[in-house]
Design a protein around this ligand. Structure first.
Ligand SMILES: Cc1cc2nc3c(=O)[nH]c(=O)nc-3n(C[C@H](O)[C@H](O)[C@H](O)COP(=O)(O)OP(=O)(O)OC[C@H]3O[C@@H](n4cnc5c(N)ncnc54)[C@H](O)[C@@H]3O)c2cc1C
Ligand code: HEM
Length: 403
């Protein structure tokens, strides 16, 4: 807990730190990558740096945590901490690295706020940092031990067994294990981090949701090729599409991810996805089919048209094995379907067009505006926020209340 000495100082300085937090995060990364350039080789995602999203995520998370410490000290933001810890574990972050982040973050606070950072202010923010850091280190230690790994053994090589074209711009990779170390099955909804060497020699990590249940012998993930449309093309997705083939070795992490299906609740399940957001949902459906689930299940999916729905063969097979499952689709182009769907609608997803089951749990995945819209529509219909989980395909930008 925050010390009695730090609390009033944090309360008093939160608005000014909040007002400058983007600057602080930018200075922090710039300085850290100068003092520790090795972090740009295999640990940090330079696409997120270029877009500024990781800077916003870090800033938002620290501010949200500090706000919780002063406003609701008995109630720390568990979802935020879990999401960060899973991401860190999938990148093999080590406890010793928290010193590096500390030193650079405190430097950046001093640099941006100047004389306002008295020794008293610095000590109070130091207190906040280490409370957050030790909470994360503790959760991450548990995540490593649950998977029987250490940060040094998170990464291992797998062989590409299949490369399956799904649509014009989506491919599925099936990897098989090539060593005899213990491998645990993934949980429904989890992702792996893929680490590939780029043409400039630098390694780059990216997360991909596991799109099918596995027993640990294989891992399946499905990648959409990102075209820049004026900006640079996505570097890792393009490299995976164009240069990685059957027989090649890929370095991937053990599976992590905090948004997992709780199939013991006995409640109906509704999945809502758009575009490539189908991947974790396909993984969850595949787990439910493998477990012989009898729960009422609804898949709501939005896409350009039927040809652009990735993994549709697998999904239709899994739905057919689930006695109480149905699919509804929304297509921006056209409104007919050759798949065994219960309903097909033109345009964007509108959940008022279907009858949702009572007391269901919801999982969403797709572009952030899509998830925001569906989540708001569900909350308007009285669905409690705790029953709605969602996966973001990028850093989550926590929107904190700084005042
Ligand atoms: C938990 C999680 C699960 C995911 N699951 C999947 C999945 O199942 N399938 C899937 O396909 N993806 C998934 N993703 C997304 C994936 O991790 C990658 O983000 C995606 O493949 C793009 O990576 P890239 O290297 O191709 O693009 P990047 O090179 O990282 O580029 C990303 C974007 O940044 C822009 N950009 C790059 N450089 C600049 C610059 N200098 N200036 C301005 N803009 C720039 C690019 O134009 C592009 O739009 C997931 C992400 C997360 C976090
Ligand atoms: C208290 C300290 C820390 C905080 C508050 C923090 C916060 C965050 C947040 C909010 C994210 C984004 C999570 C998401 O939504 O995907 C993240 C990702 C990440 N963190 Fe940390 N972190 C801390 C310490 C560290 C340390 C010590 C390292 C190791 C050098 C590290 C490396 C990373 C990396 C590599 C990512 C992924 C970045 C990306 O994909 O762009 N973090 N962290």
């Amino acid at each position: 807990m925050l010390s009695d000495k730090s609390r009033p100082v944090i309360q008093a300085t939160l608005p000014v730190v909040g007002a400058h937090i983007k600057d602080i995060a930018e200075q922090f990364y710039r300085h850290m990558f100068t003092t520790h350039p090795e972090l740009l080789d295999g640990t940090f995602n330079r696409g997120n740096q270029a877009q500024g999203t990781q800077q916003l995520a870090l800033a938002g998370s620290v501010a949200a945590f500090a706000t919780a410490l002063v406003k609701t000290p008995g109630h720390l933001p568990e979802n935020l901490l879990a999401r960060i810890a899973h991401k860190h574990a999938s990148l093999a972050i080590q406890p010793e690295q928290y010193e590096i982040v500390h030193d650079n973050l405190m430097w950046a606070i001093g640099e941006v706020l100047g004389d306002a950072v008295t020794p008293e202010v610095a000590a109070a923010w130091d207190d906040v940092y280490w409370l957050m850091a030790y909470t994360l280190i503790h959760v991450e230690r548990g995540l490593y031990s649950a998977r029987a790994v250490r940060p040094q053994t998170v990464w291992r090589k797998w062989e590409v067994e299949k490369k399956i074209p799904e649509t014009e711009d989506v491919v599925t990779f099936v990897l098989k294990r090539i060593d005899d170390r213990v491998v645990k099955p993934s949980l429904p909804g989890q992702y792996i981090t893929v680490q590939v060497r780029m043409p400039d020699g630098t390694r780059q990590p990216r997360q991909y949701s596991l799109s099918r249940a596995d027993r640990g012998e294989q891992r399946q993930f499905t990648v959409k090729r990102v075209y820049g449309g004026g900006k640079p093309d996505g570097e890792v997705s393009t490299l995976l599409h164009t240069t990685v083939n059957v027989g090649d070795l890929l370095t991937i992490s053990v599976p992590y991810g905090a948004v997992v299906l709780d199939d013991y609740s006995g409640r109906p399940m509704v999945f809502a996805s758009a575009g490539i957001g189908i991947t974790p949902i396909a993984g969850m459906l595949s787990h439910l089919a493998a477990a012989g689930s009898h729960l009422p299940i609804m898949l709501l999916h939005a896409d350009h048209n039927e040809e652009s729905v990735a993994l549709r063969g697998q999904i239709v097979d899994d739905i057919a094995r689930l006695p109480k499952a149905s699919i509804y689709v929304w297509y921006e182009q056209g409104n007919d379907s050759r798949l065994p769907v219960r309903g097909v609608f033109p345009g964007r997803m509108d959940i008022s067009q279907v009858r949702l089951p009572n007391n269901a749990s919801y999982h969403l995945c797709g572009p952030v505006p899509f998830m925001r819209e569906v989540r708001s529509a569900l909350i308007d219909r009285g669905v409690p926020p705790r029953d709605i989980q969602y996966e973001v395909f990028g850093p989550e930008l926590w929107e904190a209340d700084y005042d």
